[in-house]
Design a protein around this ligand. Sequence first.
Ligand SMILES: *Cc1c(COP(=O)(O)O)cnc(C)c1O
Length: 365
Amino acid sequence: MKTIPFLDLAVRDTAERQALLDAVERVLVHGKFINGPELTTFEEQMANFCRRRYAVGVNSGTDALYIGLKALGIGPGEEVLTTAFSWIATANAICMTGARPVFVDIGPDLNLDPAGIEPLITDRTRAIMPVHYAGQVCRMDAIGRVADRHNLLVVEDAAQAVGATCHGQPAGSFGDMACASLNPMKLLSACGEAGVILTDDDDIRAKAVALRYNGMIDKTVCTQPGLNGRMDTLQAAILIERLEHLEDKIQRRIDNAAYYQANLNDAVGKPVARAGCRDIYFNYLIQVDRRDDLADHLQAQGIEVQTRDWDFLPRQPAYQSERGRWTQAAKVADRLLCLPVHEGLTGDDLASICLEVNRFLEITP
Ligand SMILES: *Cc1c(COP(=O)(O)O)cnc(C)c1O
C-alpha cells in the first residue's frame, strides 16, 4: 500500500538540491561560519519580505521569542497574554523570561479571540502575543485596539504564517515586534534550526543582536547576561535560496486547500478564510465528529494525519495551574484533525484522501 506522508522534508527536486549544495559550497569556501555575509543578506531580504526595517537571525523560533521578549525588557513579575492554542514554544518562551503566560480563549478561526483579552488584563500585563495559528493571520486590527487602550506591546508569533497576508500586509509586520521559526517543518525553512526576530526599532534591534550572543557588544562588553542563539551562516545561505521559492510553495498549498474545500463532504468543518486575507496553510485543519475513529481509518489506509491535542496549552502538565477558561478551545480540541497539505502531494494523493474521508463519513454517519 502506498503511504501518503504528513510531511516529506527530503529535497527531491534536483534543481533545488543543486542550488542548496552550491550555497553550502560558497560558505565552505569563504569559511565565515558565524556572522558571515549570507546572514546579513538574508536578514535584509527577510526584513524586506515582512516589511520591517530589521530582521535579526537567531538559531530557532523558540529563541526568537525568548530573545525578542528579553530585548523588550519583559521579565519576572509581568504577564504576557497569549492564545490557548499554539505550539508549546510560545508559552515556554514567555516563561523562560521569568514572565507568566496568561492564556486567552480562541475564536472560530482558532486564533486568539480579541474579545477575550480585556477581562484578563491586570496591572502586571505588559504584552499580547498573538499566534497566527496554522497559517492564518489573527484579527490584528482588533488586537491592536485593545493593546493601544491599555498601553500593551504586541509581539506576533508568526512562526506558522511567514508569507500570509491580510489586505496585502504581511504576517510579521503588524506588532511592535514579530518572531518566526524557520525550522524544517515551516514553509520558509532552513535545513536545521533557525528563527528570526523582526522589528523597526534601532534600540530593540541592538539589544536583540547583543542578546543572541551572550549579551556582548562589540565582542568586548557584556551589558546583560544572555546565551548563545545565533543563526549559522550555512542556514542563512540555505534560507536565501528557499526565500526565492517560497511563493511557489505557498501557491501549491493554497491549491491543495482549495481542492479539499471543493471535494470534502459537507459534514466536515473546513477552515474559513477571512475576506482579504491569505492563509498559507501551514496546517489544513478540519473539524469532525468521531475524530479519533476517522484518524484511525485514515492511518489504516496509509494516510498520515495528526491531531493537535498537544497545542491546547493550558492542558499541558506544565501549565495546568494557570487561571482562565477556555470554552472554545476545549470544544474544538477533540474535533481537530490535520490532513496532509504539503507541496509534495499529487493530484492522486488529494483524491484518495478526500475519498477516504468521505467514505468514512458516509458509512458511519
Ligand atoms: C515552530 C513554532 C515555534 C518554535 O519554533 P522552533 O524553531 O521550533 O523553536 C514557536 N511558535 C510556533 C507557533 C511554532 O509553530
